[in-house]
Design a protein around this ligand. Structure first.
Ligand code: SAM
Length: 215
């Protein structure tokens, strides 16, 4: 994909707002993999490598949050995990996930807001993974505490996104994202496991992965 294609995709995100972001994906779900999906392979590799290193049971119940079309889920399934659910606010994306035979067990089409709790029951998952869920007009930072509620004590949250959005997206900038991560650490809702950059020399544009263990 060219820089021009990538920036035109970002323009689509900017043309809507955090309440309507999933309309972009409803329109573009079938184009996503070819247009932008391949750009995320580094983020997927970081997540899959971390799952391998955590040495979890292959039946662990995993929620692929902001699953989009299911590219990450396919890779997690590819390393042997058999109990993965897909969550996304775009109905069209969830339909794409359903086409990935055998990858996912359950499908949750639900839009995340600050106000409403997730419909998922407390202590349901061993792991929540999220790749690319934090970008322009995407997930609110309140989702972090929502994840903690739905992950079992001792389970993990693996959250990967491009580092620059911490500075460029008003929902996360001026320390809002990092402050919320640290608040949850101080309040002993979760404990820090790992923070990793895909390319520390290109700190601003590379991916950052945050891994936490839920307490
Ligand atoms: C960049 S895509 C994620 C890519 C995917 N995880 C992957 O690795 O290929 C972002 C996804 O977040 C979803 N999303 C954005 N804001 C959301 C919200 N507030 N609630 C639920 N889903 C949301 C979009 O529908 C979209 O599918």
């Amino acid at each position: 994909m060219s820089i021009i294609q990538f920036s035109s995709w970002l323009d689509k995100y900017r043309a809507v707002n955090k309440d309507t972001i999933c309309t972009v994906y409803d329109k573009e779900a079938t184009a996503f993999d070819e247009a932008i999906g391949t750009l995320s392979s580094e983020a997927h590799t970081m997540t899959v490598t971390t799952l391998n290193e955590l040495v979890l049971d292959k039946n662990s119940k995993i929620l692929d949050f902001a699953a989009c079309t299911g590219l990450l889920g396919t890779k997690i399934h590819g390393i042997g995990y058999t109990n993965i659910d897909a969550f996304d606010g775009s109905h069209a994306c969830i339909e794409e996930c359903k086409k990935r035979d055998g990858t996912y067990t359950q499908f949750i089409s639900e839009f995340v807001t600050d106000a409403a709790p997730l419909s998922v029951a407390t202590d349901t998952y061993d792991v929540v993974v999220c790749s690319g869920g934090f970008t322009i007009n995407h997930l609110p930072i309140s989702v972090l505490s929502k994840w903690i509620r739905i992950v079992k004590p001792g389970g993990y949250v693996i959250n990967t996104f491009r580092n620059r959005w911490k500075d460029l997206e008003p929902m996360y900038n001026e320390g809002k994202f990092d402050n919320e991560v640290q608040r949850l650490e101080k309040e002993q809702k979760w404990t820090f496991v790992r923070k990793q950059y895909s390319d520390p020399e290109n700190y601003h544009t590379c991916y950052v992965m945050h891994v936490h263990k839920v307490l």
